[in-house]
Design a protein around this ligand. Structure first.
Ligand code: KIV
Length: 283
């Protein structure tokens, strides 16, 4: 089974094959997702919300991201593992960003994702890519800029902002980014930008024309119920599956239907006899 590389991802765009991507944060889920054949697994800073219960992605730092990244990397053979650079891990200086990106690669990521397209982010992207750390960029609605953007708002609803994002995307492409996540932008903007880039776009709430799609796994599986954006398609309802299973378990425990004989370790007859118990055959 061949590992997916940034080059493979770029080739998928050229071949007209859509790129599949989803988040994961732990070993066992990453293993299932990888074996199902996904192209990219993102260890997203959405872990702050869906794994750790924070209200925004600002709650997570490098310590947690390294733990989630290494857990996912241990479960994956084929997919490319991309780790998010969390809020506060690259804003202070380019050197801080380089050091933290190195730490995510050491933790097992094959690439890092960075939000934003300012000249500072373009410079950081160039520093990382020239030193062997592939970068997936992230434009449009960028959750780490929530306070500056003033809430969860669809971006690039007009021509001017679309041109602005395209300009940033072209600079990031020139700096070596192998792809660009486009989040919550109008479908027209996503199509316009996608057609003018050589590198692939991966959309989330960006319509059909992007070169690939990405979603948060807890949304896809119906496990995270605090907030469900319009762009999510739910493929399962794990909330009820888990709840029903746990209710059955509680009922079995309360009514002594669990454990059964097949779940129990028993002494042999000699040892049972020493404690005054009848042999297994008689009991
Ligand atoms: O953190 C995340 O999960 C993300 C995406 C879903 C693009 O950035």
């Amino acid at each position: 089974m061949k590992k997916v590389t940034p080059e493979n991802i770029k080739l998928l765009k050229r071949a007209g094959e859509k790129i599949s991507s989803i988040t994961a944060y732990d070993y066992s889920t990453a293993r299932i997702v990888d074996k199902a054949g996904i192209d990219i697994i993102l260890v997203g800073d959405s872990a702050a919300m869906v794994m750790l219960g924070y209200p925004t992605t600002h709650g997570i730092g490098m310590n947690e991201m390294k733990i989630f990244t290494s857990a996912v990397a241990r479960g994956v053979e084929r997919a490319m593992v991309v780790a998010d650079m969390p809020f506060g891990s690259y804003q202070a200086s380019i050197e801080q960003g380089v050091t933290n990106a190195c730490d995510l690669i050491i933790a097992g990521a094959n690439a890092v994702k960075i939000e934003g397209g300012s000249d500072y982010i373009v410079e950081l992207t160039e520093r990382l890519t020239t030193q062997g750390m592939p970068v997936l960029s992230h434009l449009g609605f960028t959750p780490q800029f929530l306070n500056a953007l003033g809430g969860y708002k669809v971006q690039a609803k007009g021509a001017e902002q679309t041109e602005f994002i395209l300009k940033q995307a072209l600079k990031l492409q020139a700096a070596g980014a192998f792809g660009i996540v486009l989040e919550m932008v109008s479908a027209e903007a996503a199509e316009y930008i996608t057609q003018r880039l050589d590198i692939p776009t991966i959309g989330i709430g960006a319509g059909k024309s992007t070169d690939g799609q990405i979603l948060v796994i807890d949304d896809v599986l119906g496990k995270y119920k605090d907030f469900l954006p319009k762009f999510v398609k739910k493929y399962a309802d794990l909330d009820s599956v888990i709840s029903d299973a746990i209710k059955s378990y509680i009922s079995d425990v309360k009514n002594e239907r669990f454990p059964q004989d097949e779940h129990i370790f028993k002494m042999d007859d000699t040892e049972r006899g020493k404690l005054g118990y009848a042999s297994n055959n008689e009991s």
